[in-house]
Design a protein around this ligand. Structure first.
Ligand SMILES: [Zn+2]
Length: 396
């Protein structure tokens, strides 16, 4: 018996070491970049890989060495983009995970880089042609999933205006109008975190977007201030801020005190640092810029509303979202004039349309450089990515 135990441990021990060293392929994500498609393969630790190309039909494959596949990963993903028809994923042999890209054309370029923490293999497949012949076709095939989050609801009315108008009602109506706006467009799938007067926790809201694997998360609110003269439009990104006004806005939306908000810096520093790396941040800035510009231009023209710029603050509702996300403060419900406007259907329709147009602009292929006011003095320039990976930027 002793002999058997020794013998078994002799075999099991190296097996355990071997098992420990294997990387687990955790996740595969993909999204469109301006000239092609980007696929991100995430693993628990560093992996080596080889790639190969095959003809008839055109395909390219990646063998990830010493790796095993997470069982939750789909074995087949249909991208239906101009370049990539489908990705097939499988445990090729006990030590190798193989990704096969079935291509739509032999005219493609490939760019592969690796990033760490967590380890990611980033594969860009992009068109050799400068102009994308199939752009229209591609647009019609790609479905954009947008999660619209009308703030508050149910037992939480949000901010209340001088005549009793409730934030939860206004933002729900705007969210429903945005959904309506995209109803006839099959390339957009609009998901609401609530479509009636019900309470949804801040954590649940981002989770709805994560579960849906949404492309964007947009939380809609009305602003409020003890100063009844405060007015205008603000768009927020998730980040730490020293701006007192932004801290006050976030404290209200997070339903915590301003003092607690100040304490959060230490507690959430690590989370934010990792977000910075994971970097939905660049895309969030771009999204904020397009939506903010669209709302400001629309309301400035018709209602002379003021542009308070794109700012940043720690909003709980944005922390869990894995995709580019922004929080909109569409007007001040505490300002009597803006409360009146918010109570009007035409004003809410105008805002809903402007948000929808901002979303469309975000996805459009424009190379225009957008300038937006950012916090008090800074100006962020948002430029559409050229489709190549810049290692210093981490928008993966
Ligand atoms: Zn709110």
């Amino acid at each position: 018996m002793l002999k058997l135990t020794i013998l078994l441990s002799f075999f099991i021990y190296p097996l355990l070491i071997w098992a420990e060293q294997k990387a687990l392929i955790k996740d595969i994500r993909y999204y469109e970049i301006s000239s092609g498609v980007r696929v991100v393969i995430e693993s628990t630790n560093y992996v080596e890989f080889t790639k190969g190309q095959l003809k008839n039909p055109d395909r390219v494959f990646f063998d990830i060495k010493n790796a095993v596949l997470n069982k939750d990963i789909k074995k087949e993903i249909f991208l239906n983009t101009q370049e990539v028809f489908r990705i097939r994923i499988g445990q090729f042999d006990p030590n190798t995970v193989r990704f096969v890209f079935d291509l739509n054309s032999s005219h493609y370029n490939l760019k592969v880089i690796t990033l760490e923490d967590p380890f990611r293999l980033v594969i860009d497949v992009y068109s050799q042609q400068s102009s994308r012949i199939y752009e229209q076709k591609e647009k019609s095939l790609l479905k954009r999933k947008i999660v619209i989050d009308p703030g508050h609801g149910g037992k939480d009315p949000g901010a209340i205006g001088p005549t009793g108008l409730q934030e939860k009602e206004i933002v729900l109506d705007i969210a429903l109008k945005i959904k309506e706006f995209f109803k006839s467009d099959p390339s957009y799938d609009i998901i609401l975190t609530r479509d009636k007067d019900m309470y949804v926790s801040l954590e649940e809201r981002a989770e709805i977007a994560n579960k849906a694997e949404a492309d964007l998360f947009i939380s809609i609110h009305t602003n409020a201030s003890p100063n009844i003269y405060s007015k205008g439009i603000e768009t927020y990104l998730l980040n730490w801020t020293d701006d007192e006004e932004a801290i006050r806005v976030a404290a209200r939306e997070n339903a915590i005190s301003v003092n607690k908000m100040r304490q959060l810096k230490g507690e959430l520093g690590v989370v934010l640092a990792s977000l910075e790396r994971e970097a939905k941040r660049d895309e969030s800035i771009k999204l904020a810029s397009y939506i903010h510009t669209s709302i400001v231009e629309s309301l400035k023209k018709s209602f002379l509303r003021s542009d308070n710029g794109v700012k940043q603050a720690l909003f709980y509702v944005l922390i869990g979202a894995k995709m580019p996300s922004v929080l909109l403060e569409i007007s001040y419900i505490s300002n009597p004039e803006e409360e009146y406007l918010l109570s009007q259907d035409f004003y809410r329709t105008k805002i809903a349309q402007a948000i929808a147009e901002g979303i469309i602009n975000y996805f459009s292929k424009s190379d225009r450089i957008k300038k937006v006011k950012y916090t008090k003095n800074k100006v962020i320039k948002v430029k559409k990515s050229n489709g190549y990976i810049n290692k210093k930027r981490t928008h993966l």
